[in-house]
Write a protein that binds this ligand. Structure first.
Ligand code: SP5
Ligand code: ZN
Length: 339
């Protein structure tokens, strides 16, 4: 198994609105540091990514959105009352014909959808190196490696073409899927196993049939990202029939989740996809402070073994997982199951 990682993620630790206060985010550097330590202990060698390919990211994100991510922190510094993290206090209402404002705070609102997410000094560095990991993992798989894992941090699957949220800024799974397409795969499937719905990935490919998006997740009737992630969302236009959501109840066991995986794997087989991207969140773990599912460490190996039975070239990108003490063992369990 090829593993791509970097310490550049440490530059990013944002703030999030929690219980009415701005707190240091649950999505912190310790997550990737613990995964790195566990992987090295398990004998994996971690390779640095190649430089970030911005043109590839611009195929799934708008240029003006990436530019905001890149410049927001320095623009924020110029504000007289700049606090420790750049974020808006106002988001677009349900109104057609929205206009992107010139003002930084207005643009931060225009380009985000959740107050669990903000921009700090190292955000751009971390998110571009994270996307570069996904890109390098794709390049290795396109060159013939069976599977590669990108230790991305922060995660990506909530980020849409032009909005950050859910701790996500650049959608690494979407970047990977697009790059696999651009390297010649006629069709690509994304399987999102994070506890939360992969709303960003869904939305980026919602009108396209060349990238199948499949997500198993906590029902948005009770869980973030709310509003989307329902079973009736099948895709639009050319993408009609190319999105599959499997919302699941609170406290879902691995046995029940695994049964729900059957139709998802069948859909991927039937799609004719030539490559697979797995958006690997381990916030389905029983001890996860953000989740309600009841998975054990060994379940990630079972999950991976079932996915590996698809026998497809596979790029795995790291998404959520906040039970930091166990996150490394859970990821290693998954990777062992793939091999
Ligand atoms: C990638 C991913 O798993 N994103 C999840 C984003 C969920 N954000 C909302 C979390 C609300 C709970 N906040 C708890 C903070 C405790 N420090
Ligand atoms: Zn999650």
């Amino acid at each position: 198994m090829i593993v791509i990682g970097s310490d550049a993620h440490r530059a990013h630790h944002a703030m999030e609105l929690h219980g009415g206060s701005m707190l240091l985010s649950s999505e912190g550097p310790d997550r990737a540091d613990v995964i790195t330590t566990a992987m090295r202990a398990a004998g994996y060698t971690i390779e640095e990514p190649q430089p970030f390919d911005r043109s590839n990211a611009e195929r799934v994100h708008t240029a003006e959105y990436l530019e905001l991510l890149e410049t927001a922190w320095s623009r924020w510094q110029e504000l007289p009352d700049a606090g420790p993290a750049a974020m808006s206090f106002s988001w677009p209402s349900r109104t057609p014909n929205l206009v992107r404002p010139d003002d930084l705070i207005g643009q931060l609102g225009f380009h985000s959808f959740a107050a669990d997410c903000s921009i700090v000094a190292g955000t751009w560095e971390a998110v571009t190196v994270g996307a570069a990991m996904a890109q390098t993992a794709v390049d290795r798989v396109s060159a013939g490696a069976g599977a590669a894992y990108a230790l991305c941090r922060p995660p990506g699957h909530h980020a849409t073409a032009d909005q950050f949220g859910g701790y996500c800024y650049i959608n690494n799974a979407a970047v990977a899927a697009q790059r696999l397409r651009d390297h010649g795969a006629e069709r690509v499937a994304v399987l999102d196993v994070d506890y939360h719905h992969g709303n960003g990935t869904q939305s980026i490919f919602y009108g396209r049939s060349d990238v199948l998006t499949v997500s198993l997740h906590a029902d948005p009737m009770f869980e973030f990202p709310w509003f989307v992630g329902h079973a009736h969302e099948h895709g639009d236009d050319d993408g009609a029939g190319w999105n599959l959501n499997v919302p699941l109840p609170r406290a879902t066991s691995f046995a029940d989740w695994s049964a729900a995986l059957d139709p998802a794997l069948e859909r991927i087989k039937r799609s004719g996809a030539e490559a697979l991207v797995v958006a690997l969140g381990v916030d389905t773990f029983a001890e996860d402070p953000l989740g309600t599912f009841e998975f054990a460490t060994a379940d990630y190996a079972s999950m991976a073994t079932r996915i590996a039975e698809l026998d497809m070239a596979t790029v795995i990108v790291q998404e959520g997982g906040y039970a930091v003490d166990d996150i490394g063992l859970n990821v290693v369990s998954f990777l062992h199951g793939v091999a």
